[in-house]
Design a protein around this ligand. Structure first.
Ligand SMILES: NC(=O)c1ccc[n+]([C@@H]2O[C@H](COP(=O)([O-])OP(=O)(O)OC[C@H]3O[C@@H](n4cnc5c(N)ncnc54)[C@H](O)[C@@H]3O)[C@@H](O)[C@H]2O)c1
Length: 143
């Protein structure tokens, strides 16, 4: 992944942060996208502290415009996009179906389902373009 650019959503903590740091150790440019600014910037700081290259984009992946903007920021900052990890997600309410708060359900669908689709919707074409370069690896967009 040397000099390749990867978007990692939900990179402000947990698995997303670990993935971002791993990519950075492989000399990739990492676009840290998260709905929580402080945590996302902390990930960027950790990447920089280990000698890597990263930027933060504030994004709520349940919003198509935020997903499009994350891709746009990646292209403006690093010139191409090669890979994306659509990791952002939220856990369930952990209550019986009959008691499940409908607002909570709708938010889970918006983030965990639609958010992944929106990400891939805007990432896929730039990823394929990135793969067309002379020494590129295959593009990968996954949830
Ligand atoms: N940890 C597990 O055991 C486990 C198991 C199965 C699935 N998962 C899934 O893996 C992913 C990461 O899990 P984790 O344990 O690292 O979670 P986590 O809660 O530690 O991290 C999730 C990150 O996503 C961000 N986020 C949440 N909603 C967002 C949104 N709408 N837009 C942008 N960012 C958003 C949060 O701010 C946070 O930084 C999640 O999708 C989770 O559902 C985790």
């Amino acid at each position: 992944m040397k000099n390749k650019t990867v978007i990692v959503t939900g990179a402000g903590s947990g698995i997303g942060r670990a993935v971002a740091l791993k990519f950075a150790r492989g000399a990739a440019n990492v676009v840290v996208a998260d709905v929580h600014e402080a945590e996302g910037k902390r990930t960027v700081q950790q990447v920089v502290e280990q000698g890597g290259n990263a930027c933060f984009v504030m994004a709520d992946t349940s919003r198509p415009a935020d997903c499009a903007n994350t891709v746009q920021q990646a292209l403006e900052r690093f010139g191409a996009l090669h890979c994306a990890v659509n990791n952002a997600g939220i856990g369930g309410a952990g209550v019986k179906t009959a008691d499940y708060p409908l607002e909570r359900w709708e938010r889970e669908i918006a983030v965990n389902l639609s958010g992944v689709f929106y990400g891939m919707r805007y990432q896929s074409q730039p990823c394929w373009r990135g793969a067309a370069g002379p020494s590129s690896t295959s593009p990968v967009c996954w949830a």
